[in-house]
Write a protein that binds this ligand. Structure first.
Ligand code: NAP
Length: 249
């Protein structure tokens, strides 16, 4: 029997990259998974099809999780299909790097709007749906929250805010048996990293040179930690941030 049998999970931004891998790993342990997407219906449908063909349960739900109305609809769909919630993975996020002269109001609002405001509103909505057994909220933060690379000031600030939000929320929700933890990946090869031009950049080479395990990550390097934080294996762990970066920091 899987570690997440009879559990229900919502994974935001699960149509590709780290979120897709987390959705598949949670389902492989028995969880029914809501695979959220913003623009790639095709990607989300593919993740759902892979889960189902492996004998798991999943549905794809469109929602822009930077918008409150969409977040409410996402959880309404979850409730209609599965009736309850045990695990929320706040994975949806965007990264853009800009020198201080290039930063615009739009850039700041775009990154904070999804990476922080959306994550807070999604967490708030999830709390209404966890049962008396509690639940687990897992935020995909970033090593950028502490490493803070140059030209990543806005992105790093969004992720540092996520870390601190989780720390406080863990204290507030502990009495309700709702745990809140962060996973802070280093550079991971995803569709997003490819389309941002990072996968083939000198930056990637520099990171690999400085990484004790000598490579950047793959989504499946991150997903098992989400299973750990979702399951009772981490029953006495809350308010923590786990860096997964091949030793790079
Ligand atoms: P990715 O390949 O770009 O995929 C992003 C996912 O988020 C997609 O499924 C996308 O959905 C979804 N998404 C984007 N905007 C959304 C919105 N407004 N509402 C709902 N979903 C939305 O990203 P990734 O590299 O896997 O990164 C995932 C998370 O890990 C992010 O929070 C990122 O900051 C964090 N992270 C990544 C790395 C890395 O090196 N890759 C390192 C540290 C932390 P659609 O495709 O449907 O638009």
């Amino acid at each position: 029997m899987g570690k997440l049998q009879n559990k229900v999970a919502v994974v935001t931004g699960a149509s590709k990259g780290i979120g897709a891998s987390i959705a598949k790993h949670l389902a492989a342990e028995g969880a029914s998974v809501v695979v959220n997407y913003a623009s790639s219906k095709e990607g989300a449908d593919k993740v759902v099809a892979e889960i189902k063909s492996a004998g798991g349960k999943a549905i794809a739900v469109h929602a822009d999780v930077s918008k409150k109305a969409d977040i409410d609809r996402l959880f309404a769909e979850m409730k209609k299909e599965y009736g309850k919630l045990d695990i929320l993975v706040n994975n949806a996020g965007i990264y853009e790097f800009k020198a201080i002269e290039e930063i615009t109001e739009e850039h700041i609002h775009k990154l904070f709007g999804l990476n922080l405001v959306g994550l807070i509103l999604t967490s708030q909505e999830s709390v209404k749906h966890f049962g008396t057994d509690g639940g687990s909220i897992i935020n995909i933060s970033s090593i950028a929250s502490t490493l803070a690379p140059p030209t990543g000031s806005v992105y790093s600030a969004t992720k540092a805010a996520v870390d601190t939000f989780a720390l406080s929320l863990a204290k507030e929700l502990g009495p309700k048996k709702i745990r809140v933890n962060n996973i802070n990946p280093g550079m991971v090869e995803t569709e997003g990293v490819h389309s941002a031009g990072i996968a083939d950049s000198d930056w990637r080479k520099e990171v690999e040179k400085e990484t004790p395990l000598q490579r950047i990550g793959q989504p499946q390097d991150i997903a098992p930690a989400a299973v750990f934080f979702a399951s009772d294996d981490s029953a006495w762990i809350t308010g923590e941030s786990l860096v997964i970066s091949g030793g790079y920091r």
